[in-house]
Design a protein around this ligand. Structure first.
Ligand SMILES: C[S@@+](CC[C@H](N)C(=O)[O-])C[C@H]1O[C@@H](n2cnc3c(N)ncnc32)[C@H](O)[C@@H]1O
Length: 208
């Protein structure tokens, strides 16, 4: 999905996003995802494609949080939910994101790899931002590893892609070639979504 079209799509979606994605099922899944990671006191998290800030509820109170998103309409809603947490928001393209020497303890990729035009680029940039030994947390709607999407899913994808998300992506394919080791992976929300915890693997240690 092209960046400009994503800006337009999420401009249209922003006013309704929380009605669909802020429901009980999604909140439970987000809570489940964040319960899988440990954040040290005062640790730093980067939320890539932060959207309307639906993740804010589940972040540790004393963490330092940075969120980026392409859409100013989504960011405006996130801004209104910043509450008392240490949250800094930037309008930025995840495919080109740069934070200089700043490294994060956790990079969160929730519902973003299925949305961006080049998910591999976003994964590469995310790894660049991750401190050594840091954690990648991913929550998204991937197909099963090395499976072809079935006809129904491909047809449905025409609709979901027009709205703003591709439901035919395979995280294992996206991550191939990157030094990433998955430490936990399981399905949630009626097996439609996947939660993945991963870390940068040491050299010669690339997992499947
Ligand atoms: C499905 S929403 C997910 C939002 C949030 N992560 C969540 O879990 O609810 C996808 C978000 O990615 C943003 N987005 C799309 N393309 C992007 C890009 N290239 N760089 C940064 N954000 C992007 C959209 O504006 C939107 O806010």
């Amino acid at each position: 999905m092209k960046d400009n079209s994503n800006i337009q799509k999420y401009k249209r979606l922003a006013p309704f996003y929380d009605k669909f994605m802020g429901n009980r099922l999604f909140r439970k899944a987000r809570q489940q995802a964040f319960s899988e990671i440990e954040v040290r006191k005062g640790g730093s998290l980067l939320l890539v494609g932060v959207g309307t800030g639906e993740d804010f509820l589940f972040l540790p109170a004393d963490a330092s949080i940075t969120g980026i998103d392409l859409s100013e309409d989504m960011l405006r809603i996130a801004e209104s939910k910043r509450n008392s947490k240490d949250i800094t928001l930037f309008q930025m393209n995840a495919e080109n994101m740069e934070f200089g020497n700043q490294k994060f303890d956790v990079v969160v990729l929730n519902l973003i790899l299925s949305v961006v035009e080049h998910p591999e680029k976003v994964l590469e940039k995310s790894l660049n931002c991750l401190r050594q030994g840091g954690t990648l947390l991913v929550f998204d709607k991937f197909i099963d590893s090395n499976q072809k999407p079935n006809v129904i899913r491909r047809l449905l994808n025409k609709i979901t892609s027009a709205i703003g998300t591709d439901i035919t992506r395979d995280f294992h394919k996206i991550k191939s070639g990157f030094p990433i080791e998955i430490t936990k992976e399981y399905k949630t929300i009626n097996d439609l979504y996947t939660i993945i915890v991963a870390r940068e693997s040491l050299s010669n240690d690339i997992s499947v």
